[in-house]
Design a protein around this ligand. Structure first.
Ligand code: MRU
Length: 364
């Protein structure tokens, strides 16, 4: 599989490298990030995407910005940098979390170069934390897949997922996909229904690519297919990721997730959300009214690219003058969520459930 990580610091070139996710699955290209502007561009244009990876990229962005500062008004400049990075994408809370935590490691008691070193160490540390979180989410989520598998006498566990909460969205392993990888490694038969995830097709383009690389059986389905499959008992469980989860367990994730949760509830199918604690917004309670929902460019809906004659082409797929709405995320209310799979274990999507796993957050 080559480098299993999606972002890394190239010490020889002294810059950050990542996979250009806009190009997959047609081309597997490396994108270089040298400056704050390039980090902002990468997040905004979705060269990198997925809540944990956005957070790690922003942390490297803080380091790159600091490295290019002269030293005058260092603290003030870094605060401005933090605001710039935070404004790139509003829904995934990992971004604000990473930027604020990075700000907290710098100090006016030490030199700029020492601060630069601290910011670099912070970015590397956050990256490792996300890798560890993904591994632990995998271990906990595996228990659920194992239990379902036992009840199916060796028949594949059929899991539906939406968008890409795989390694591309994180650093390694992913969140929703981490238990799937572990189940596959443990020879538990699985079959993954991959929602294509319009408009950007993260499922069809990225999740399917990742699963294919790991030889995990999967089928891409148009976004509207899940309800039908659930009615016909062709789905054993749903696992999705999250961009922001409130303290009461409401989950913001890629647009369309809510509809899958409704269909799952109507058909008695367990609906799990896999997320690291860096995705929990400890200050929010009501997801529907409080989580900012990103609206993106109309061209993501009106245009689509694909391979033709060995080349990538972009096509318009709607009438030229029809208006378009492009909401990036929706909120699944906690009542539709069977459980949250976190790095510390599985809990109910309730304030009590979350605080039982993260008691140190009770005081906030
Ligand atoms: O707009 P995107 O592609 O960044 O949205 C990503 C998702 O919605 C993922 O499901 C989410 O970030 C979880 S990633 C582990």
């Amino acid at each position: 599989m080559g480098n299993p990580q999606t972002i890394w610091f190239n010490h020889q070139k002294q810059l950050v490298e990542t996979i250009d996710q806009r190009k997959l699955p047609f081309q597997n290209l490396i994108f270089e990030i040298t400056t704050l502007d390039e980090a902002e561009y990468a997040i905004k244009e979705m060269v990198v995407r997925g809540a944990p990876l956005i957070g790690v990229t922003a942390a490297y962005g803080m380091f790159l910005a600091a490295r290019n500062l002269s030293g005058n008004n260092f603290q003030e400049e870094m605060k401005l940098t933090a605001e710039k990075l935070k404004s790139t994408r509003p829904t995934a809370v990992n971004l604000a979390f990473a930027v604020d935590e990075a700000l907290s490691v710098i100090s006016d008691q030490i030199s700029v170069s020492e601060n630069v070193k601290k910011l670099f160490d912070y970015a590397e540390n956050l990256k490792q934390r996300e890798i560890d979180f993904s591994k632990n989410i995998g271990k906990h989520g595996l228990e659920i897949i194992e239990a379902i598998s036992k009840s199916k006498n060796g028949e594949p566990v059929r899991i539906l997922t939406h968008c890409n909460a795989g390694r591309l969205a994180c650093v390694e392993l992913g969140t929703a996909t981490s238990p799937i990888y572990l189940a596959h490694e443990a020879d538990i038969p699985v079959h993954i229904w991959v929602d294509e995830t319009r408009p950007r097709n993260q499922g069809a383009r990225l999740t399917a690519w990742e699963l294919g690389q790991a030889d995990i059986p999967h089928t891409i389905i148009p976004d509207n297919t899940g309800g039908h499959l659930m009615q016909h008992k062709m789905v054993d469980m749903v696992i999705v990721g999250s961009d922001r989860t409130t303290l009461n367990g409401d989950v913001a994730n890629k647009i369309g997730t809510y509809l899958k949760a409704l269909a799952a509830a109507d058909n008695g199918i367990p609906f799990y959300v896999a997320l690291p604690s860096t995705t929990i917004d400890w200050g929010l309670n009501d997801g529907v009214t409080e989580i900012p929902i990103e609206q993106r460019n109309a061209t993501e809906v009106s245009m689509m690219d694909g391979m033709l004659g060995g080349e990538v082409h972009e096509f318009r797929i709607i009438p030229e003058n029809s208006p378009v709405a492009n909401y990036g995320f929706d909120v699944t209310p906690a009542r539709l969520v069977t459980g949250l799979i976190t790095e510390r274990g599985i809990c109910k999507a309730t304030r009590e459930g979350i605080l039982c796993l993260f008691p140190e957050k009770e005081i906030q």
